[in-house]
Design a binder for this molecule. Structure first.
Ligand code: PHB
Length: 387
């Protein structure tokens, strides 16, 4: 405890020094913490690639200064995230920390951002409450309530009256289950089973057997990015599709990072999310083409969270002429711009993202699988916010 307090005092002192250093230097640094290794490595790979693309396109300059990005690999391990956040603020004197591949990693960094008075841009993690963990947090990913409510609106209007739910057993899974179930019940639906799987090393066979036995019209699923292909394989192997049980999900499951490897079992899966690589705007077509040319793989929603997070920081730095801290935070609030996903707004009150949520269906086009958008809810605020 004492040790921690000393750390925080050192952090507060270092912050003052950092402010002075930032104002004088002609280079500003952004610290990015990502799981580049470990079970969530695909999230790190996607965001890192998007940041490199953004840096190449922008020329790496903002607010009249050269921008240097420092990427640290936390392996998806919370105590590493915390240590790296501290080092980036105190030693590297970054103007902002960014990244955060999973909810527990974002939550562990939040008090460090507060103490260091350093803006923290959450590019991936998606539990609603994260933005309330520090007044310095701004989010460019999404929230599970945004995605879950939209599919819970769509399903009962399309013949789905009885469901089972299956979520990863941690923050975003809690949000997905609660917001899906509440809205589905409100719309007259029935929930037969609420099932959970552990975040790490999930074997879906036992829960899928329960779903088979319960015979719902559909199974609603949220799993974090990286688990979709494994789940889809077992869904097919257990014959749930052949037993007439539809699959509906948040777009984390039909993730563009893995979608093409899922095979025909994924065809027809209806899901809701804020980004599809198939989004038909001119800006997105260019984004996907440039991203694929540079990285040789398709961008997913994590990549877009990273790309827009960089844009947010750069626009903020333009407004502050390179200053960080409270000035940069203020300059990020209320920003409105077109993203490859569509229009986005950073709500100045909640610091959370307001964005369109699309209903999509997995379809095959030119031999590849895509999430094809066919309906949209415009400008969705996080339904998880109480104020
Ligand atoms: C999270 O941990 O907040 C998280 C991770 C991956 C997702 C969604 C949420 O796809």
């Amino acid at each position: 405890m004492l040790n921690r307090r000393l750390h925080l005092m050192a952090l507060a002192a270092a912050t003052l020094a950092a402010g002075a250093a930032q104002a004088q230097s002609d280079t500003v640094k952004i610290g990015v913490i990502l799981p580049m290794t470990g079970p969530s490595a695909s999230t790190g790979k996607q965001i890192d690639a998007a940041i490199k693309l953004f840096m190449a396109q922008s020329g790496g300059k903002a607010g009249g200064k050269k921008v240097e990005v420092i990427v640290k690999d936390d392996n998806g391990t919370a105590n590493l995230t915390a240590r790296m956040a501290q080092e980036l603020i105190v030693n590297d004197k970054v103007v902002a920390i960014a990244g955060f591949g999973l909810t527990p990693l974002a939550l562990t960094a939040a008090p460090i951002a507060t103490q260091g008075k350093t803006p923290m841009v959450v590019m991936a993690a998606a539990t609603s409450a994260i933005t309330e963990a520090s007044p310095y947090i701004v989010r460019t990913s999404f929230t599970l309530p945004q995605a879950a409510v939209s599919i819970a609106e769509w399903a009962p209007k399309h013949g789905i009256k009885k469901v089972a739910t299956l979520v990863a057993d941690y923050g975003p899974g809690n949000d997905a289950e609660k917001f899906f179930v509440d809205r589905f019940l409100l719309n007259g639906g029935q929930v037969l089973e609420k099932l959970r799987t552990p975040l790490r090393g999930a074997d879906f066979a036992p829960v899928l057997q329960k779903v088979r036995d319960a015979k719902p019209d559909a199974l609603f699923v949220f799993l974090p990015s990286g688990q979709g292909a494994q789940f889809m394989k077992q869904f097919g192997e257990r014959g749930l599709d052949k037993a007439g049980i539809k699959l509906i999900a948040t777009g984390d499951v039909t993730d563009d990072d893995q979608l093409n490897d899922m095979g025909d079992v994924a065809l027809g899966v209806v899901n809701s999310h804020h980004y599809s690589a198939a989004h038909p705007s001119a800006m997105n077509k260019k984004f996907v083409a440039d991203f694929e040319a540079m990285n040789k793989f398709r961008p997913n929603f994590m990549a877009v969270g990273g790309y827009d997070g960089m844009r947010l920081i750069f626009k903020g730095l333009d407004a502050t002429k390179g200053a960080g801290g409270d000035a940069l935070l203020a300059a990020m609030k209320g920003q409105l711009f077109e993203s490859p996903r569509g229009q986005i707004l950073i709500d100045a009150q909640t610091r959370d993202i307001v964005q369109d949520i699309y209903i999509r269906k997995v379809e095959k086009k030119d031999g590849q699988l895509w999430n094809i958008e066919f309906d949209v809810q415009k400008a969705v605020k996080d339904p998880g916010k109480t104020k």
